[in-house]
Design a protein around this ligand. Structure first.
Ligand SMILES: Nc1ncnc2c1ncn2[C@@H]1O[C@H](COP(=O)(O)OP(=O)(O)O)[C@@H](O)[C@H]1O
Ligand SMILES: [Mg+2]
Length: 310
């Protein structure tokens, strides 16, 4: 997993501590922030690493089949149950089970899941006996947990059971220092996969990547880089190879009120670009005055105006 931001470094340290335990972990974060990847990484750093890792994606399972998917069923227990079936909990026995989108799980199933976790036993639908299962439980949601609890879609008792440890992954736009690292990681990955010698980003392409907000987080960045490597015509990724939303930001770089909108998440390039933009505005676009005020030559200023697309 890639990440040099303090937030991700903290998460990696936390994973190192909690992975070897048997405790449940609840992972929250927007879609595409890497929740499933973190779950897999906890499993791989645990004592159960060589045993199954079973991911259960709530949205992918129809409500009527959920219980049988999770706990299995015996033949004839309902129409369509033509043979015995092993549920996902049993599949995960001795390993790790990961409930993705846990707040989307039907409430009736949340109740049964909680009961199974508390007792350490599952009963196949239609079966008389329960059986013991030994699973490490991880769960994730991209919902606002407080809201999901308040509107009743995530049962509070199940939440307390799962939330022994909580990992909150910040959106990519709040840890922009990870963007160049991830971008290069994905560039190398897709250069290899697509067998194209794309060896770098040009400066402006990287600047555009860093300043974009990524509503789809790391997944969106990865898709953008795959596309860029596909389109690249030489050894370098250029702005033209980036998706239009990243290439042509409609928003100004920063929302500038009266105060200076400083944030720890800015790169030096962003800060510089924004400062130049403000000084240019202040001098009504007069580059001679702006350059003087900035303490740089007019040609340097022009170069930067071009570079940052101001
Ligand atoms: N820190 C990271 N380093 C490398 N790849 C990442 C990282 N975070 C996310 N990804 C990649 O981004 C994509 C989305 O991650 P995923 O775990 O599916 O997110 P989520 O479950 O939060 O929607 C995956 O292809 C994953 O490999
Ligand atoms: Mg996911």
């Amino acid at each position: 997993m890639i990440g040099q931001s303090p937030a991700m470094q903290r998460i990696f340290r936390l994973i190192g501590k909690i992975a070897p335990t048997e405790s449940p972990v609840l992972i929250t974060g927007e879609s595409g922030t890497g929740k499933e990847m973190i779950a897999a990484s906890i499993h791989l750093q645990s004592r159960r690493a060589h045993l199954p890792f079973v991911a259960v994606t709530s949205s992918a399972i129809p409500e009527t089949l959920f219980e049988s998917e999770l706990f299995g069923h015996v033949r004839g227990s309902f129409t369509g149950a033509t043979s015995d079936r092993v549920g996902l909990m049993e599949h995960a026995d001795r390993g790790t089970i990961f409930f993705d989108e846990v707040a989307e799980m039907p409430l009736s199933v949340q109740v049964k899941l909680l009961r199974a976790l508390q007792s350490g036993e599952v009963r196949r639908v239609g079966a008389k006996e329960s059986m013991r299962v030994d699973v490490r439980v991880l769960a994730a949601t991209n919902r606002d947990v407080k809201k999901a609890l308040a509107d009743g879609s995530f049962r509070e008792d199940l939440y307390y059971r799962l939330n022994v440890f909580h990992i909150e992954i910040p959106p990519l736009r709040e840890r922009r220092e990870d963007i160049p690292l991830l971008a290069n990681y994905f560039r190398e990955k897709y250069a290899r996969v697509l067998e194209k010698p794309v060896v770098r980003f040009n400066e402006r392409a990287l600047m555009l990547l860093v300043r974009y907000d990524y509503p789809g987080n790391v997944r969106e960045l990865e898709n953008a880089i795959e596309r860029a490597v596909t389109l690249a015509e030489g050894p370098e990724i250029k702005p033209a190879d980036l998706p239009p939303v990243i290439r042509e930001p409609r928003q100004p770089l920063l929302h500038t009120g009266s105060g200076f909108p400083y944030s720890e998440n800015l790169t030096l390039a962003q800060l510089e670009a924004e400062h130049i933009r403000r000084v240019l505005t202040h001098n009504a676009g007069n580059t001679t005055k702006a350059a003087k005020s900035l303490g740089i030559s007019r040609s340097t200023l022009w170069r930067k105006i071009k570079e940052y697309g101001l």
